[in-house]
Design a protein around this ligand. Structure first.
Ligand SMILES: [Zn+2]
Ligand SMILES: [Zn+2]
Length: 293
């Protein structure tokens, strides 16, 4: 009985999010803080569920993990959001105006269809960016810090090198005339699904949910230690995309990390892509006196 109830938690939270945004008064939607409050509340709720029914003792949140995770959540709402707005969305909106792109048909779609379309567009872009990160060394170097985390928790989706966090936030949604409320609902659902996909929570959802949405089983497998085993289940929230493009793999992992499973500090996470470049420069400098003699 308890297992059935727990299995309904994730679909129920998605239903509440949809209902909330369906009936949210216009004043709430137009308040820029509303999406912030909704996303923070969703994250806090899923984080709290780790103390209701944890998945693995080894993933239990320590203070060090907690403060690192909070640091990245705050970074996401501030610097990364600033970069995404000014370096990606504003230029895209200017391009839309300059090219005369107009999509009035979007406003006539049912609310749920608008939300589904936004989720699909965001996820489709993230899927290919993420897959590229696992197939192209320079991109892997910016994504690898996310894979060096040695345990999974609700806020771990926010942890990574800032360049990666910026790249993974890119989407083409700004080219369409989607009502703000549908964008907020889609973003809120994305955060809920990806937080659950990283959370140390044993509340496995029903099969239909796991067919469509990414779960902790799918994503923990993506966080496997052998690099080759990470090359599957790329979708942040919509695992259906992996099923379509043949990168889906069933299974689950408990031991997560990369290489020797050394936990990286925030400084190491930020320096990670630069370290090989510094090594090459140092090696060249070391060679220079020898060759000039
Ligand atoms: Zn990855
Ligand atoms: Zn992850």
């Amino acid at each position: 009985m308890k297992t059935i109830l727990f299995s309904l938690v994730q679909p129920a939270i998605l239903a509440v999010i949809i209902l909330f945004w369906s009936f949210a008064p216009a004043a709430w939607v137009n308040n820029p803080n509303s999406i912030l409050i909704a996303i923070i509340s969703t994250t806090v709720l899923i984080q709290a569920l780790e103390w209701v029914k944890e998945r693995h003792v080894g993933w239990r949140l320590t203070w060090r993990e907690f403060f690192t995770d909070v640091f990245y959540v705050v970074l996401g709402f501030t610097a990364i959001d600033f970069m995404t707005t000014h370096l990606a969305e504003d230029p895209l909106k200017a391009f839309k105006v300059a090219m005369g792109i107009s999509t009035p048909w979007v406003a006539h779609m049912p609310f749920l269809a608008q939300v589904a379309m936004v989720i699909f567009l965001i996820e489709f872009g993230q899927y290919w960016m993420h897959r590229g990160m696992h197939n192209f060394t320079p991109l892997w170097l910016v994504h690898a810090p996310h894979h060096h985390i040695t345990q999974l928790n609700a806020m771990k989706g926010a942890v990574g090198n800032p360049i990666e966090l910026f790249l993974i936030s890119l989407s083409v949604v700004a080219l369409l005339d989607v009502p703000l409320v549908a964008v907020f609902c889609a973003a809120n659902i994305g955060v809920a699904v990806s937080s659950f996909a990283h959370a140390n929570v044993r509340m496995d959802p029903p099969r239909w949910y796991a067919f469509l949405f990414t779960t902790i089983q799918h994503h923990s497998l993506h966080h496997s230690v052998p690099y080759e085993d990470t090359r599957c289940n790329y979708a942040n929230s919509l695992i259906l995309i992996d099923r379509i493009f043949g990168t889906f793999r069933p299974g689950e992992a408990e031991v997560v990390g990369q290489d020797d499973r050394k936990r990286l500090s925030i400084r190491e996470q930020w320096m990670f892509p630069i370290v090989p470049v510094i090594a090459v420069v140092k090696a060249r400098r070391a060679q220079t006196p020898a060759t000039s003699q």
